[in-house]
Design a protein around this ligand. Structure first.
Ligand SMILES: N[C@@H](CCC(=O)N[C@@H](CS)C(=O)NCC(=O)O)C(=O)O
Length: 252
């Protein structure tokens, strides 16, 4: 099989990587994947991703960091089918939801839960900040879910009958929260729970979440092969540096 013209660096445990892979699935874009964990990136990875973050999109002489920049580039270069609503007001709202997902939601579900409870002990071999986790669970996550409940539709997806950028930005981090014990309580946040159920079962996120789960339970050395077994084309070169190292903006 010939190598796709795009390489995506990053593994599907990252909600930001699943955002991009879901958009690629909707638009039928083939990518070769280098499924590294950012904390294990090599020196070349530091050069092309100065924050040592995933995802990174490489296409010819273009290298892009940041899932929002990548998503926008994909939408501009492969507009069909669009992952944005038609109405300019709705487009702006969709971009706000992406921003909220990438900042506040990931702050609480990603950095304060998953990073503390899974990445620090397992990858970085560092101590968990239990107070931070407790505050996130008791105060910050409920506040975040309260807000999200106000933007959720009764049926369908955030902007209609097809899932798009806003849905694929928000939904992935809930898997990371779930694997460390935090679920959306459907009694307290019924619209959020209903929407999440639909995105996780009726869109490309279903398969991506399965792959993310498989990734988490596979030894590092076997992870690329596992991705290939799930039908992903592997990049010819890996940026895995073989050792754990924090990025310049990883929180404590
Ligand atoms: N704003 C960035 C955030 C990407 C990000 O934080 N990725 C995480 C993985 S989920 C990462 O690479 N973290 C490594 C680090 O910050 O050191 C985006 O949208 O791509």
């Amino acid at each position: 099989m010939s190598q796709p013209s795009v390489t995506l660096i990053g593994n599907p445990v990252s909600p930001y990587v699943r955002k991009i892979l879901a958009i690629c699935a909707v638009k039928g874009i083939e990518v070769a994947i280098d499924p590294i964990t950012p904390f294990r990136g090599d020196d070349t990875f530091s050069r092309i991703s100065p924050l040592r973050r995933i995802p990174v999109w490489i296409e010819g002489d273009l290298t892009l960091c940041d899932s929002s920049i990548i998503a926008q580039y994909i939408e501009e270069t492969r507009p069909e089918p669009s992952v944005l609503p038609v109405d300019p007001k709705d487009r702006a709202k969709a971009r706000w939801i992406e921003e909220y997902a990438d900042t506040r939601l990931f702050d609480v579900l990603g950095w304060k839960l998953f990073f503390q409870l899974a990445i620090k002990p397992r990858v970085l071999k560092e101590e968990i900040d239990r107070d931070l986790v407790e505050k996130a669970r008791v105060v910050e996550i409920p506040e975040t879910f309260d807000y999200l409940e106000t933007v959720m539709p009764e049926t369908g997806f955030l902007f209609g009958e097809a899932a798009g950028l806003a849905d694929f930005s928000l939904a992935p981090a809930f898997l990371n929260a779930r694997v460390v014990g935090t679920e959306v309580d459907a009694g307290r946040w019924p619209k959020l729970a209903g929407w999440l159920g639909r995105v996780e079962s009726d869109t490309p996120l279903k398969k991506l979440n399965d792959v993310a789960m498989a990734f988490m339970t596979t030894k590092v050395a076997d992870q690329p092969e596992m991705m290939a077994e799930h039908g992903y084309v592997l990049a010819e070169r890996s940026h895995d540096g073989g050792r754990a190292m924090r990025g310049p903006m990883s929180p404590v």
